[in-house]
Design a protein around this ligand. Structure first.
Ligand SMILES: Cc1cc2nc3c(=O)[nH]c(=O)nc-3n(C[C@H](O)[C@H](O)[C@H](O)COP(=O)(O)OP(=O)(O)OC[C@H]3O[C@@H](n4cnc5c(N)ncnc54)[C@H](O)[C@@H]3O)c2cc1C
Length: 382
C-alpha cells in the first residue's frame, strides 16, 4: 500500500473506504465494478478479524433459531459461490474455497437431539442436511474417536482461506487501479459536498466515506456513537492432516477447519478483553485438549501456530450497515460472521452510496441492520 499518500495521486475519489478488512475490500470492489472511483485506506491492525478468522461460511450452524439471519446468511453463501472464482480470476491466485460442507458428529444422546433439530431447520430452509452412516463417516474422517458412529453433514456450508481471500481482494483492487492507502484515519468531517478523512499525516476528501473499521470503528472521531466492542478469539493450528474430508468439523466445544496443504485450524475462544491480543497457554491447551477428545490423533502433535483476532461485536446478532448522514456510511459489526456475510454486505453498499433503488430485494438493507436501531443506553455502554 502507498504509505501516507496524503493528497492522493489523482482527482478526488467518489468514495473513500476506511478499513481494508474483507468487508471494506469487497465493498471497494463492488463500487469499482459499479463504475465508482473508489479508494481504500487501512492501517493494518495486528488483530484485524479478517486475516485471523476461521473462514467458515456456515449459514445454518451459525444462525441458531433466527430465520431472518439464516436467510440472509444463505443468500450471502450463494454469492460466495460466484465471488470465489471471480476473485481467483481477478487476482490470479487461489483462495482455497471448499464446498464439501460442515460435519457435525454425534457425541452423545443429547447431541443427537440437537442435531435432529438443526437438520429439521436446515430442511425447512430448503437447505440440504444428511445423516452420515458409520462407514461414510470413518471414510471421511478416519481419525474420529472410536465410538463416534454418526454425524450430520450440512453440504451447503462452505469454507475459504480468509487470509488468501483478503489478499486476493486487495490484489483484484490493485489490478483495477484502485488506490490502497496505508494510514490511520482519526477523524471524518462532513462538508456540504464532500467528506474529509484525516489523521496520521493523511488527508483525503471524497464524495462519500464508508467506514469499515471493524472493532476499531468507534475510534474514528466524527461518527455518531456506535455500540461496537472487540471480542477476542484465540485459535491454534496443526499441520499434517490428510483426511479426505476438507470442510469444517463442528462440535459444541470447538470447530476444526481444514486448509489446503494439510493444516487444521482449531477455534476459538470468546473473550471480552478490550483490545488486548495476548496469547495464553491456557486457551491453547483448552482448544488442543477439546479437539483431541474428538480427534485423538491431535494428542501427539504440537500446534504450529497460535494467534488472536478481534471480532467486531454489537449488542445484538446483527451487523451495523447503512447511512449515518448524507455522505457518511458504515458497514461493520459482523461479529463472528463477517466472512460469511461479506459478499452480501458488499453488494448492499453501491445502491446506498449512489442513492439508487436496489435491483434485487436482498440488497435493501433490513431494518435490523440499520445504524440507528440502538437505544441511547446501548450506544453508551459500548
Ligand atoms: C478467531 C476468529 C474466528 C472467526 N471465524 C469466522 C468464521 O469462521 N466465519 C465468519 O464468517 N467470520 C468469522 N470471524 C469473524 C470475521 O472475521 C469478522 O466478522 C470479519 O472479518 C470482519 O471484517 P471487517 O473487515 O469488518 O473487520 P477487520 O477484518 O477487523 O478489518 C478492519 C480493518 O480496518 C482497519 N482500520 C480500522 N480502523 C481504521 C482507521 N481508523 N483507519 C484506517 N484503517 C482502519 C484495520 O486495520 C483492519 O484492517 C472470526 C473472527 C475471529 C476473530
Amino acid at each position: 500500500m502507498a504509505r501516507r499518500d496524503a493528497s492522493g495521486p489523482g482527482p478526488r475519489p467518489d468514495v473513500l473506504v476506511v478499513g481494508g478488512g474483507l468487508i471494506g475490500l469487497l465493498i471497494a470492489r463492488e463500487l469499482a465494478l459499479a463504475g465508482v472511483r473508489v479508494e481504500v485506506v487501512d492501517d493494518r491492525q495486528e488483530g484485524a478479524a479478517s486475516p485471523n478468522a476461521a473462514g467458515m461460511i456456515a449459514p445454518i450452524a451459525e444462525s441458531i433459531a433466527d430465520q431472518a439471519f439464516a436467510r440472509i446468511s444463505i443468500r450471502s453463501r450463494d454469492l460466495w459461490r460466484h465471488l470465489a472464482p471471480a476473485l481467483e480470476q481477478e487476482s490470479g491466485m487461489s483462495i482455497d474455497y471448499d464446498d464439501s460442507g460442515s460435519l457435525l458428529p454425534v457425541l452423545d444422546p443429547e447431541g443427537r437431539e440437537v442435531l435432529d433439530g438443526i437438520k429439521a431447520r436446515a430442511l425447512g430452509l430448503g437447505e440440504a442436511a444428511r445423516d452420515l452412516d458409520p462407514t461414510e463417516l470413518r471414510e471421511l474422517v478416519p481419525d474420529l474417536r472410536p465410538g463416534i458412529e454418526e454425524a450430520l453433514l450440512l453440504p451447503g456450508e462452505h469454507r475459504v482461506d480468509n487470509r488468501l481471500a483478503a489478499t486476493a481482494a486487495a490484489a483484484a483492487l490493485r489490478h483495477r487501479k484502485v488506490v490502497l492507502h496505508r494510514a490511520t484515519v482519526e477523524r471524518v468531517a462532513e462538508a456540504p459536498r464532500h467528506v474529509v478523512a484525516s489523521g496520521d499525516g493523511f488527508e483525503r476528501a471524497a464524495g462519500a466515506v464508508v467506514v469499515c473499521g471493524g472493532a476499531w470503528t468507534p475510534r474514528v472521531h466524527g461518527l455518531p456513537a456506535l455500540p461496537i466492542v472487540p471480542v477476542k478469539g484465540q485459535m491454534i493450528a496443526f499441520d499434517g492432516i490428510d483426511w479426505p474430508f476438507t470442510g469444517a468439523i463442528r462440535t459444541p466445544a470447538f470447530y476444526a477447519v481444514r486448509r489446503a496443504g494439510g493444516r487444521l485450524l482449531i477455534g476459538a475462544s470468546v473473550e471480552h478483553a478490550g483490545f488486548d491480543l495476548s496469547l495464553t497457554d491456557e486457551v491453547s491447551a483448552d482448544l488442543a485438549t477439546g479437539a483431541a477428545a474428538v480427534l485423538p490423533a491431535l494428542k501427539d502433535r504440537e500446534p504450529v501456530e497460535h494467534w488472536a483476532g478481534l471480532r467486531p461485536g454489537t449488542p445484538d446478532p446483527w451487523p451495523i450497515v447503512g447511512r449515518l448522514s448524507e455522505r457518511l456510511h458504515v458497514a461493520t459489526g459482523h461479529f463472528r460472521n463477517g466472512i460469511l456475510l461479506a459478499p452480501l454486505t458488499a453488494r448492499m453498499i453501491p445502491p446506498l452510496v449512489l442513492d439508487q433503488q436496489p435491483d434485487d430485494p436482498w440488497l435493501s438493507i433490513p431494518e435490523v441492520m440499520l445504524p440507528y436501531r440502538f437505544t441511547a443506553a446501548e450506544r453508551l455502554s459500548s
